[in-house]
Design a protein around this ligand. Structure first.
Ligand code: AMP
Ligand code: MG
Length: 315
């Protein structure tokens, strides 16, 4: 299969309306979308990614008017968070309407819904005219793609079209919040911080222990975000072992930067989050064997960054 690169949201949307899958940029990472009501097309997403069938997809909407098309109910907690954070990098879990294919939700009775704020994503979703089911546009287990080149590296020849945009703004995925009960529960830390959620709904809590997140969000069980190189978490840059096949990423510079194959010193936690997945992919492309990653305090965006670092280190 030939993979077309286009800058036209309309041209990309035409593929989706024909029942095909399309990669598109958002403010978090690139997504791989299909018409959420076309079960065959949704199946193609799982096949192209090599994604386990019980790992649910997020349904992307162009506007809130379509929420009732996919959600059976919008509980009060969900309404609060939607009013505060849509459009943006937040996914709310709601009761699923029975006519949304179960495959979209990995068989769960719920559905994850998000409305991106990225202008290209909005133009694409509006041109699609239907709710778009989309996970991240990487091969399953690989770091999420933050550039169209990363999408092409993983999916060229496996999907018919990539909607080309800039490198994504956030570089990490959306925050996933279960809003089916009275209290919002964060199933996956992400770009919208726990602090920001609590400013709107003070009772919001993290799914703890890990078993709760696993039970409610099957995707959390799988190996994720991992480069081929070994990821080692360190508390201070001095702990990084230099070498031509070693890399370092962190907030403070390592003692001998020239002794590493690749080094990325980040200006802030935001910059670190923005750079991480692309850095992992560059390390793999350079054939490096170990990536030393400086830990950050688990507050603000640091909570999501540490979640991704820990998962990558488990890989
Ligand atoms: P991805 O877009 O590749 O990050 O994958 C979407 C992730 O969103 C899944 O792995 C789950 O963690 C989460 N998710 C999507 N829909 C649901 C749902 N109905 N219930 C719980 N988690 C969900
Ligand atoms: Mg993913």
């Amino acid at each position: 299969m030939k993979t077309l690169l286009t800058h036209s949201p309309e041209e990309a949307a035409a593929f989706l309306r024909r029942g095909e899958v399309v990669a598109f940029p958002t403010e978090t990472v690139y997504g791989l979308g299909a018409d959420a009501f076309d079960e065959e097309a949704v199946r193609t997403i799982f096949a192209a990614k090599g994604r386990p069938a019980d790992n649910p997809l997020i349904v992307h909407l162009a506007d809130l008017g379509r929420l009732a098309r996919v959600a059976a109910r919008v509980p009060p907690a969900a309404r609060l968070l939607i009013d505060a954070f849509f459009p943006g990098p937040l996914t709310v879990i709601l009761p699923r309407r029975a006519d949304v294919p179960a495959l979209v939700s990995g068989g769960l009775p719920t559905v994850g819904v998000r409305m991106p704020r990225h202008p290209v994503a909005q133009a694409f979703l509006a041109a699609c005219g239907v709710p778009v089911a989309a996970p991240s546009a990487n091969r399953s287990g690989r770091p999420s793609p933050t550039t169209w080149e990363a999408v092409r590296a993983d999916l060229e020849g496996r999907i018919p079209c990539i909607l080309v945009g800039e490198r994504t703004e956030a570089g990490l995925e959306s925050t996933v919040v279960d809003c089916t009960g009275e209290t919002p529960v964060v199933l996956r830390a992400g770009v919208v911080t726990l602090e920001a959620l609590r400013a709107v709904h003070p009772a919001t809590r993290l799914a703890e222990p890990a078993a709760e997140a696993l039970a409610r969000s099957p995707g959390a069980r799988y190996r994720h975000y991992a480069p081929r190189a070994r990821v080692r978490l360190i508390d201070a840059p001095g702990e990084a072992e230099p070498g031509p096949d070693a890399a370092y990423i962190g907030l403070a510079p390592p003692p001998a930067p020239e002794a590493f194959g690749l080094v990325r010193v980040c200006a802030s936690v935001e910059d670190y989050a923005h750079a991480l997945f692309d850095f992992f992919r560059r390390c793999d492309a350079a054939g490096l064997r170990t990536i030393h990653c400086e830990r950050v305090p688990p507050a603000g965006l640091g909570l999501a960054l540490m979640d991704r670092l820990r998962r990558a280190a488990q890989g």
